[in-house]
Design a protein around this ligand. Structure first.
Ligand code: ADP
Length: 338
């Protein structure tokens, strides 16, 4: 291994470790989402009592909200190991068969973005979920036959950002469906405080509150902003992450007081300025932003809708009065409609 490859490998391990250490490992460390935590605790206690394999679990909700974290926690609480994969990477039935043969009783198979599983793979999963058996087709054409193999008694945990895209037969095979929602600001503040303690970062209450307000109620974003604040703390040799430091960070990252990033503001500007706030179709907005429609629909619009900044109708998207008044307020970063 050359020196530079070695250094890159070490840096990668360090980044992975930081991400892993920030992930709560026990249900009692999971902040917020009280109802989800209560339901899972009851579910896990019941599984332990029965001494039988757990039913399969499906988590759904926006990205960065804690679905993967909960899968790790469930595996940990059930004393099994977790194998993490994604609907997009299992492209053939053989991929799923290979993963299953490497698991053992009590393990958890976490399938992220499970709605992206190809149909044949999804169908192969049904008997696995129901009877812990795997149907493999041997041969081709008229001589093809199905061989049934047994697989370990595993728990499948699925996660999706798009419940509607999951087929009904797959959805119905999960014994527990849990929707994880955005966090309250006070819980995001607790997550930032917890992460700053783990990362050994001195931080003021005001800075925590500012980061929380701009994290879009999402733990992953809160942790990401905190890590960027650490960069400034270390490079500029500050002693503490305070309001001044985070102000500097937010203008560098171009995140405004509403948690809007540059692309969000560009979107609002396209609607308000370029199209004089007349309803505009998503394809037109996407081409005006030089983005693809999926990025606009999946990454930009959900937060703007949640803020009540845009409305969708059959004629297109337009800005709400709330957006117009907020955008013109002094707390918003310059450029918008100026
Ligand atoms: P998802 O799978 O929904 O995209 P993750 O589980 O990967 O989200 O969460 C993103 C990051 O946010 C994790 O690394 C974890 O550190 C943090 N996180 C998520 N939920 C919580 C929580 N409830 N308490 C503390 N940290 C959390």
């Amino acid at each position: 291994m050359t020196e530079s490859i070695k250094i890159t490998a070490i840096i990668n391990i360090m980044i992975t470790n930081t991400l892993e250490t920030l992930r709560p490992k026990k249900l009692s460390d999971y902040i917020g989402q009280e109802n989800i935590v209560k339901t899972l605790k009851l579910f896990i206690d019941a599984v332990r009592k029965r001494g039988k394999p757990s039913e399969h679990i499906l988590f759904y909700g926006p990205p960065g909200i804690g679905k993967t974290t909960l899968a790790y926690i469930v595996a940990n609480e059930l004393k099994g190991e977790i194998k993490v994969t994604s609907g997009a990477t299992i492209t053939k039935t053989g991929d799923l068969a290979a993963i299953l043969t490497n698991l053992k009783d009590n393990d958890v198979l976490f399938i992220d973005e499970i709605h992206r599983l190809p149909k044949p793979v999804e169908e192969m999963l049904y008997p696995v979920m129901e009877e812990y058996s795997l149907d493999i087709i041997i041969g081709k054409g008229p001589s093809a036959r199905t061989v049934r193999l047994s697989v370990p008694r595993i728990t499948i945990i699925g996660a999706t950002t798009k419940l509607a895209l999951l087929s009904a037969p797959l959805r119905d095979r999960f014994g527990l469906l849990l929707r994880i929602d955005y966090y309250h600001n006070k819980d995001i503040e607790k997550i930032i405080l917890r992460s700053s303690k783990i990362l050994n970062l001195p931080i003021t209450k005001e800075a925590i509150s500012q980061i929380s307000l701009r994290s879009r109620k999402t733990p992953r974003l809160a942790n990401r902003i905190l890590r960027r604040a650490r960069d400034i703390l270390e490079v500029d040799r500050h002693t503490v992450i305070d309001e001044k430091l985070v102000d500097k960070l937010f203008s560098l990252l171009e995140i405004d007081a509403n948690g809007l990033t540059k692309i969000d503001r560009d979107y609002l500007e396209v609607l308000g300025k370029k199209f004089s706030n007349l309803p505009v179709g998503v394809e037109t907005i996407a081409s005006a932003l030089s983005e693809d429609v999926r990025t606009v629909e999946e990454f930009i619009e959900p937060y703007l809708l949640r803020l009540g900044f845009i409305k969708k109708s059959s004629r297109g998207r337009s800005l709400t009065p709330k957006a117009l008044s907020t955008i013109k307020s002094p707390s918003s970063l310059p450029s918008l409609f100026s």
